[in-house]
Design a protein around this ligand. Structure first.
Ligand code: C2E
Ligand code: CA
Ligand code: CA
Ligand code: CA
Length: 274
């Protein structure tokens, strides 16, 4: 017993050690990577029921000089823990605003870009000032910048964050509740917030043991959202059968591999901006 116990701890310590080395590497390389423009904005189309894109979500990738293209799963949590995520988010918001300004000048102003906001951003920067500043700087319509916030992020400091959200909405920004239904307070939250869009991940269905029940809940959310004057977009849509089911429920906005993976800006523009 003693032997396996020791082995377990050796293994466990090794895991922890490797993880902390990895974390320190990410933190250590971060500032330079920002300065060198190693972070790249990918766009995943958001489409209507005909499969036509009407906008996109901005998703970050790290084009690392030695490690290749890194997924956000590798570095977002680390940067959040280190209190650095706001620098990356600010960078991404700026890239999105800059792109929207360019599209507007070129006459493509019907497309929006959705950006992600981390909980930590609310503590470390003035989110309102940052977004309104970008609107002025790039002369964009605020309703073309959609702000994705998870319910967990909102709940973290509900009163204060709600106040910021309301001011952003009054200014004209659109608010999307990301991963709706995956937190613990979804319904409770709905009575106090008027988001513009609820974003539901199809993983919600996959995670359900009883698929029929999950389907009923999904349908109820879509109808509830309608009553509350909110739009619903489903993400993680991978199959045509899902699209058909969602259409039957009255959901008309989709994002997922079935339509497209996140792609480079150039590819998005070539494919959709006509
Ligand atoms: P998210 O905001 O929920 O973004 C959706 C994720 O689902 C993306 O993963 C997207 O590539 C993936 N996805 C889209 N369609 C499908 C599908 O049909 N099937 C499956 N299985 N997955 C699909 P990605 O790009 O790896 O991003 C992961 C997470 O990293 C995001 O989840 C978001 O929480 C975070 N993230 C990405 N970019 C940023 C950013 O600029 N700032 C912050 N704070 N977080 C970001
Ligand atoms: Ca998102
Ligand atoms: Ca999501
Ligand atoms: Ca997520």
């Amino acid at each position: 017993i003693k032997n396996s116990y020791q082995k377990y701890f050796a293994y466990y310590n090794n895991e922890l050690l490797e993880r902390s080395i990895e974390e320190r590497r990410i933190i250590g390389e971060f500032e330079k990577a920002i300065d060198n423009n190693e972070f790249v904005m990918f766009l995943q189309p958001q489409v209507d029921c005909k499969g036509m894109a009407y906008g996109a979500e901005a998703l970050v990738r790290w084009q690392h000089p030695e490690r290749g293209l890194l997924s956000p799963a590798v570095f977002i949590d680390v940067l959040e823990k280190a209190g650095l995520i706001y620098k990356l988010d600010r960078y991404m918001w700026e890239k999105a605003a800059e792109k929207l300004g360019e599209w507007k000048r070129e006459g493509h102003d019907r497309y929006h870009i959705s950006v992600n906001i981390s909980t930590k951003d609310f503590y470390l920067i003035d989110v309102y000032e940052t977004f309104t500043g970008l609107v002025d700087k790039y002369n964009i319509n605020p309703d073309k910048l959609k702000l994705e916030i998870t319910e967990t992020a909102l709940m973290a400091d509900f009163k204060k964050n709600m106040e910021i959200i309301r001011r952003l909405q009054n200014y004209g920004f659109k608010i999307e509740i990301d991963d709706f239904g995956s937190g613990y307070s979804s319904l409770n939250m709905l009575k106090d917030i008027s988001a513009d869009v609820l974003k539901i991940d199809m993983g919600f269905l996959r995670a359900s043991e009883n698929e029929l029940k999950g389907r009923d809940i999904l349908e109820s959310i879509v109808s509830l959202a309608g009553k509350l004057g909110m739009e619903v977009i489903t993400e993680g849509v991978e199959k045509e059968s899902q699209v058909n089911m969602l259409k039957d429920m009255g959901c008309n906005m989709f994002q997922g591999y079935f339509f497209s993976k996140p792609v480079q800006i150039k590819e998005f523009e070539d494919r959709y901006l006509i």
